[in-house]
Design a protein around this ligand. Structure first.
Ligand code: 2NL
Length: 340
């Protein structure tokens, strides 16, 4: 009897219940109509008289202990159930911060898409270049100031002096060296200039350069290509204007303006009351550049152009501080919605 009581008390004390079914099992065993304490009460008549009182008390204590343990588990389980019920499914969802595409990427993809529609492919190349691909092949004279320490970042690569490319024309030199005309390619990429960082200048920025080489390519082809690009980018009513200019790798060379995207040419503070905004530089590929890459300038001619992606983004989005493009503040970046 004594042993049985101790066993049961131990069972009650060490019981663990993790769901409603187990709790019900515990209730039936210790507190139900046919609970396991009932036989103990009936056996009480066989206990010697002098022990009856204490054994009776022990059975009652066991019963109370079972009730207490049951109540505890019962409360614990119903709390857990309530916890689940407390989830409010009518609440709006937590905002999912997935970030946004960088405006430079958006514009780059837009420029690529426009030129792909007229048969251009995309070419890429290294950011660390040798002197030949960045300068010599592009007709930069030995003493040209653009090679100067002021504009170019020079880096050591083994015993070779290399440069961080100052334009992506270097990529196009590689394309011309490794393929035969006709060539229609654009090369987007990051370029580097040794300049102090300000709202208007940065030591790195992004460019898209274009190159078209075939038989009988003319300046008229260049103008129409640029006009097509300008109208696709800034709207069908956009006009272009070419001003004579100079680049070592093109002759003749021109700078291209578009009619102001804000005032359509009437004059405003964005175009400084000129009605025009500069977007790119271009020209006919200099024959000495073709010679440098073993393309016969008597058989082939070509045009090339180059534009800053930041500049195009600035005009499209009216962002006036270049530094915003490299700071990557999400509050800035999230303002640019795009189809890409
Ligand atoms: C500008 C002007 C230009 C080119 C880039 C080029 C490339 C080869 C041969 C000849 Cl391989 N020219 N590129 C030509 C004229 C202008 O860029 O202001 N870019 C931001």
């Amino acid at each position: 009897m004594q042993q049985k009581l101790e066993e049961l008390l131990n069972e009650v004390k060490t019981a663990s219940v993790s769901d409603a079914a187990q709790l019900e099992e515990f209730r039936i065993r210790f507190l139900g109509t046919k609970n396991c304490l009932k036989p103990l009460f009936s056996e009480l008549k066989n206990v010697p008289n002098e022990d009856k009182k204490s054994v009776g008390q022990q059975i009652n204590e066991l019963k109370n202990a079972a009730q207490t343990v049951f109540d505890q588990f019962n409360e614990q389980l119903s709390n857990e159930a309530n916890e689940e019920e407390k989830v409010d499914f009518s609440r709006p969802g937590e905002p999912n911060n997935i970030g946004a595409r960088h405006p430079i990427s958006v514009i780059r993809k837009e420029i690529i898409a426009i030129f792909e529609r007229i048969g251009y492919g995309v070419s890429e190349g290294p950011e660390v270049e040798d002197d030949w691909h960045n300068f010599s092949a592009l007709n930069f004279p030995e003493e040209h100031p653009a090679r100067d320490m002021q504009d170019t970042f020079f880096v050591e690569k083994g015993d070779k002096e290399m440069a961080l490319r100052t334009h992506t024309s270097s990529v196009q030199v590689r394309v011309m060296e490794s393929s035969k005309p006709p060539i229609r390619t654009i090369s987007p990429g990051r370029v580097f200039r040794n300049e102090a960082i300000s709202a208007r200048a940065h030591c790195f920025f992004h460019q898209v350069e274009g190159l078209f080489i075939d038989k009988d390519v003319s300046f008229a082809d260049l103008k129409q290509t640029i006009l097509f690009f300008a109208q696709e980018m800034f709207g069908k009513k956009t006009e272009i204007r070419l001003r004579p200019s100079y680049f070592p790798f093109t002759e003749p060379s021109a700078e291209v303006d578009v009619s102001c995207t804000i005032c359509s040419g009437k004059g405003c503070n964005v175009c400084k009351y000129t009605g025009w905004l500069e977007i790119l530089g271009c020209g006919m590929v200099d024959p000495s550049v073709l010679e440098a890459v073993n393309i016969d300038p008597k058989e082939y001619s070509g045009f090339a152009f180059g534009m800053g992606i930041e500049r195009i983004a600035q005009l499209k989005y009216r962002v006036n501080d270049l530094r915003l493009y490299s700071e990557n503040d999400v509050r800035f970046l999230k303002q640019f919605k795009s189809a890409f």
